[in-house]
Design a protein around this ligand. Structure first.
Ligand code: FO1
Length: 327
């Protein structure tokens, strides 16, 4: 089957995939996507990383937020918040209570969650619904959730609270100190159909520039996935999501530090040394290249900040070249 398989989280992975699809035939690309951020909000199945990738590749993402649809309206949420305000319900009043409207679902985005939820309650798998949604947006790559079983990232803060990913990231604006991360359900989860084969048969596997602890970690936690990637190590390349000791978006750097890891490219190399033979880092971290190689990975230095057009495609090409895959 060959092709390129990308272990993916949210925003960073979506931007990398956008570049990759410019340099290789989309039908030869498979994204194995994290579902640890998934949540049931107002009774609806929400899959943020799958949707962020879908909307980004469809050119429909809101560019400022990096999630949700551009040109969104929020009338349904305004109504929800009106009721909660009138009833005096706040976001912390009842654990897991979404009525306060702390998780913003745009009116068009709601359509995705309504459709996905109806299809799943009718017995369709997340994989099947993901194909229906992605193909509606005209995507030609293969988008696979890492598992069709419930796999959920859970964070423990230093005050002993247990937070879902969205409670941590959105409701608490990741302003809590994290003591630990676990992946609920991983032990009993099965890789979704096609996931193991997509890693095993790929010409190249890329670990996208996503958060190692809370985005790539939950992908690897599904039984069989880490082994499959380690078996493909010689053609696996990872892109550091940390540039200059900081995350480009979100709390990746602070999380790594709170979990006792170095929040720089050497720390990332330690996460990935067993999985990938190459780590791609940004030019600002060139001075650390030797330390990355001391961790047992080849280090490639290039522009990895995909803020300007063309960097995403060049980065994708550099990754494939690094493991000798044709572009
Ligand atoms: N991120 C926020 O910071 N605030 C939100 O209200 C929010 C809503 C939301 C709705 C749908 C969706 O697909 C993503 C959403 N996100 C929101 C992003 C979400 O928290 C993602 O999990 C992160 O971007 C990390 O991947």
């Amino acid at each position: 089957m060959g092709g390129v398989t990308v272990l993916s989280g949210g925003v960073g992975a979506a931007r990398f995939l956008r570049g990759l699809l410019r340099v290789v035939e989309p039908t030869g690309v498979t994204a194995v996507v994290n579902v640890g951020d998934d949540a049931v909000i107002h009774g609806l199945d929400v899959s943020p990383d799958l949707d962020t990738i879908t909307y980004t590749l469809a050119g429909a993402i809101d560019p400022d937020r990096g999630w949700g649809l551009s040109g969104e309206t929020w009338r349904a949420m305004e109504q929800v918040r009106r009721y909660a305000a009138h009833a005096g319900i706040g976001e912390h009043d009842e654990v897991g209570n979404d009525a306060a409207g702390w998780f913003s679902l745009g009116d068009l985005d709601l359509g995705t969650h309504l459709y996905r939820t109806s299809r799943r309650r009718a017995g369709a798998s997340l994989s099947e619904v993901t194909v229906e949604v992605a193909s509606t947006w005209g995507l030609r790559l293969r988008l696979l959730p890492v598992s069709d079983d419930p796999v959920r990232t859970v964070l423990h803060d230093t005050a002993g609270r247990r937070l879902s990913f969205q409670e941590y990231f959105v409701r608490d604006r990741h302003e809590v100190e994290i003591a630990g991360v676990e992946v609920d359900g991983a032990d009993h989860a099965r890789p979704a159909p096609g996931v193991i084969e997509a890693i095993r048969d790929a010409d190249a596997v890329v670990v996208a520039p996503s958060n190692p602890a809370v985005s790539i970690g939950p992908v690897l936690a599904v039984p069989g996935v880490r082994d499959a990637v380690e078996a493909a190590r010689d053609r696996t390349v990872a892109v550091s999501p940390i540039v200059g000791g900081a995350a480009l978006k979100g709390p990746a750097d602070r999380l790594l530090r709170e979990l006792g890891h170095r929040a720089d490219v050497v720390g990332v190399a330690r996460w990935y040394a067993s999985l990938a033979s190459v780590l791609v880092i940004d030019r600002v971290d060139e001075v650390l290249a030797a330390e990355v190689e001391a961790e047992g990975m080849r280090c490639v230095v290039t522009d990895t900040v995909m803020a300007t057009p063309g960097v995403d495609a060049a980065l994708a090409r550099t990754c494939l070249d690094a493991v000798g895959a044709a572009t």
